[in-house]
Design a protein. Structure first.
Length: 442
């Protein structure tokens, strides 16, 4: 039996995602009603520019007073797609206080204040759903907190930012430099005018915090995530990666320590073998690789951004929340019972690819190997080649040539590698540390 009184939805924000949410709610109204068991009605849309023409949306629904909208006693669900910290945080908590459940796509807010928002939802007996905050249309949040609720997740490894993946893919496939690839991404609309949040890893770090918190039943804040951008990745790095049978991706990596006593979360560029499923993720697509004890290895793949994909995730949450509302129930809330400590980056164990510019003379390799040994970092392979020194007249008295020395290590802690690199920089025979890249996914 379908309930005749509609469930009322307040929409905060009507940009690319919000307008698509409104469109789908209108065009698919009958299907949504059948799936939920009651009609859903757009009861109000809060915007900053009320004079802008919004096709398909009744102008009578438009308001600039978002606070008054979420305080209305007849609102069942608030959909927040305005982004940022404030006023989104205050509007969401106000919605809970006035009896509404919330669907959000706000990764930055959830990474920073997810615990407080979950607590506010629990106090009010309402839902907080946010599938759209990570991976666009890719189902990630629900599988982690529901489908894998009976399993133990040990690692989440993923490409969670389409802009950076597009740039790195272009650098890999065409040999373009970073700036050239970024310019193309901007021209095609994949990169913002200010791409800092993407290329410096802030966007991916927020998503990593959310994924780690759910996967490990532990509160992980944005400040807990180690973050490195990909602006220093060069064509030479890709050339070295190809020689190793690898490519380079900006990865979000969340993992449980081997002893299970702590977790880490990090975002940085890394080499991964071409045989790894993530290596084949091209263009602006996202993919997340999950490793758990019982289910084994799972991969989730698809468009990670854009109006329609993100709106799809929002509408999926809306259906779930409305069903809960009809049944007088709530879905899964925060699960932080494990309360595992988040270890610093120095405790992370992985392999490394280090490229050094060194003097081209006997004994240099022995000196470099000694430094690695002194810091407890075992060398796997070494590759050395001379550089073109035409301008320095190499071979003349008093002029040493220069060589490129590439070292790939066995697994070591990040702290040990950092100490090694610091010591290498002090060697007279080391002219510079050209590149340091972690090697993951093996």
């Amino acid at each position: 039996m379908m309930r005749t009184r509609p469930l009322k939805v307040a929409l905060l924000g009507c940009g690319v995602v919000g307008s698509e949410v409104a469109r789908i709610m209108t065009t698919h109204a009958d299907d949504l009603a059948a799936r939920i068991g009651a009609p859903v009605e757009l009861a109000g849309v809060a915007v900053r520019r009320p004079d802008k023409v919004r096709e398909g949306i009744d102008p009578a629904l438009i308001t600039t007073d978002a606070t008054a909208l979420v305080k209305r006693g007849d609102i069942d669900v608030v959909v927040e797609v305005i982004g940022g910290i404030e006023p989104a945080r205050t509007l969401i908590t106000t919605a809970f206080e006035h009896g509404a459940s919330v669907v959000s796509a706000n990764k930055a807010l959830l990474a920073q204040d997810g615990a407080a928002l979950h607590a506010a939802a629990e106090r009010s007996g309402r839902d907080l759903y946010y599938e759209a905050a990570v991976g666009g249309a890719i189902p990630l949040i629900r599988p982690l907190r529901e489908s894998l609720a009976g399993d133990k997740v040990n690692r989440v490894l993923g490409i969670v930012n389409g802009t950076t993946n597009f740039i790195l893919d272009k650098m890999d496939s065409t040999g373009a430099g970073y700036q050239e690839a970024l310019d193309e991404a901007t021209a095609l609309g994949y990169a913002e005018a200010d791409p800092t949040a993407d290329v410096e890893g802030f966007d991916a770090a927020a998503k990593a915090a959310i994924l780690a918190g759910i996967a490990f039943h532990t509160r992980v804040r944005l400040d807990d995530v180690h973050r490195e951008g990909m602006t220093e990745v060069t064509a030479s790095d890709f050339a070295s990666a190809k020689q190793m049978g690898c490519t380079i991706k900006l990865l979000a990596i969340c993992e449980r320590a081997a002893d299970g006593a702590s977790v880490t979360a990090r975002v940085h560029p890394a080499m991964i073998p071409l045989s790894h499923p993530l290596a084949s993720v091209r263009g602006a697509y996202n993919a997340v690789f999950v490793e758990s004890e019982a289910a084994g290895r799972l991969m989730f793949y698809g468009p990670g951004a854009g109006g329609s994909p993100t709106a799809s995730a929002v509408l999926g949450d809306l259906v779930a929340v409305c069903r809960n509302r009809l049944n007088g129930a709530t879905g899964p809330g925060e699960s932080a019972y494990a309360a595992l400590p988040v270890s610093p980056m120095g405790d992370v164990v992985t392999r490394y690819h280090i490229s050094l510019d060194v003097a081209d003379k006997p004994g240099v390799l022995a000196q470099v190997a000694t430094v690695f040994a002194e810091h407890g970092v075992s060398i796997d392979t070494v590759r050395q080649q001379g550089k073109d020194q035409s301008s320095s007249r190499s071979g003349e008295a008093g002029n040493e040539g220069e060589a490129s020395l590439v070292v790939v290590t066995h697994r070591a802690t990040d702290a040990a590698l950092g100490g090694t690199v610091e010591a290498l920089r002090k060697l007279d025979t080391v002219r510079g540390v050209a590149s340091i890249m972690r090697v993951e996914g093996e």
